[in-house]
Design a protein around this ligand. Structure first.
Ligand SMILES: [Zn+2]
Length: 295
């Protein structure tokens, strides 16, 4: 694939003084000016490869006194130009902004290739649907196309209050990865992200809980039955969106194969929109889930 020079993403091209140009302002990269350089950089919009840029420059920028290809490679090493051919590969269609972001940060672009193929589904109730809707918007912008899959790679199970434990039976048996989301009064608890047999599950949580809360066994069968008589949760709009963002981050991390904060952990958003807390969830020795991986 040929090098298609594009000026540093989101950075303006400026004249600093008679002898130098500046790209960006935070703090910006300063380069020595030379005849025709400003005009050449204006053409570096990522649509032309270096050969076309060279022939165009020969015809239209007579004052340019050097070869385009070595100059562009030099400017690329300085972070003044990037190679836009990396951003719009056929298998990454619709991911241009994600690719520019990853490239500018020096990240691995190959990690994005799973996104168009990754399938997500949400199981929600009326209270959690606004959180799921906001999370789907973020995920759609990030290149996840199938957000209502019948055969998901990841199922997000969201409820107001602890859900009936029967909802985890099918994904656990089917070895379907699932992320548990629960509105807990004035905050949103996210996690665990369960990879059945590989990471701690909600039964592990219940067994740990029963170890210190002897009534948990009596409360468990009642969970999920309250929906009709529950007072709506005390979440404000920014906490709803904060939770949706954290859910989207976890889904994308799982899709990209990156580290997540909810495998073997809970992450809580709220009550203030910027408040986050987390605590671990370990396997419980009495839970049969880790036998799946041992088998
Ligand atoms: Zn378990």
């Amino acid at each position: 694939m040929t090098f298609r020079p594009a000026l540093r993403p989101g950075a303006p091209l400026l004249r600093r003084d008679q002898a130098s140009l500046q790209i960006g302002t935070s703090p910006g990269v300063v380069i020595a000016d030379r005849p025709g350089l400003m005009a050449l950089l204006r053409l570096a919009d990522g649509t032309r490869d270096v050969e076309r840029l060279q022939s165009y420059a020969r015809a239209n920028i007579p004052e340019l006194d050097c070869e385009v290809a070595p100059l562009m490679h030099q400017l690329r090493a300085l972070g003044v130009v990037f190679d836009s051919s990396h951003w719009s590969a056929p298998h990454r269609r619709g991911l241009d902004a994600e690719a520019r972001h990853t490239d500018l940060a020096g990240g691995e672009l190959a990690r994005l290739t799973q996104r168009p193929l990754f399938r997500v589904a949400f199981h929600t109730d009326a209270a959690t649907e606004p959180i799921a809707a906001a999370a789907r918007t973020v995920l759609g912008s990030a290149g996840i196309r199938d957000l209502d899959s019948n055969d998901p790679d990841l199922l997000v199970i969201a409820s107001c209050g602890e859900p009936a434990r029967t909802v985890f039976e099918r994904p656990q048996l089917a070895a379907l990865d699932h992320l548990v989301v629960m509105i807990d009064e004035d905050r949103v608890r996210i996690g665990p992200l369960v990879r059945p047999g590989r990471t701690p599950c909600m039964s592990c949580y219940d067994l740990h809980r029963a170890d210190w809360d002897h009534a948990w066994g009596a409360l468990l069968p009642q969970l999920g039955r309250h929906t009709g008589i529950l007072t709506p949760a005390a979440l404000d709009a920014v906490t709803v969106h904060g939770a949706a963002l954290e859910i989207a981050i976890e889904v994308l991390a799982h899709c990209d194969g990156g580290p997540t904060r909810t495998i073997g952990q809970f992450l809580a958003v709220g009550p203030g929109h910027s408040e986050r807390s987390g605590w671990p969830l370990a396997f419980h020795h009495g839970c049969a889930c880790d036998l799946l991986s041992a088998a």
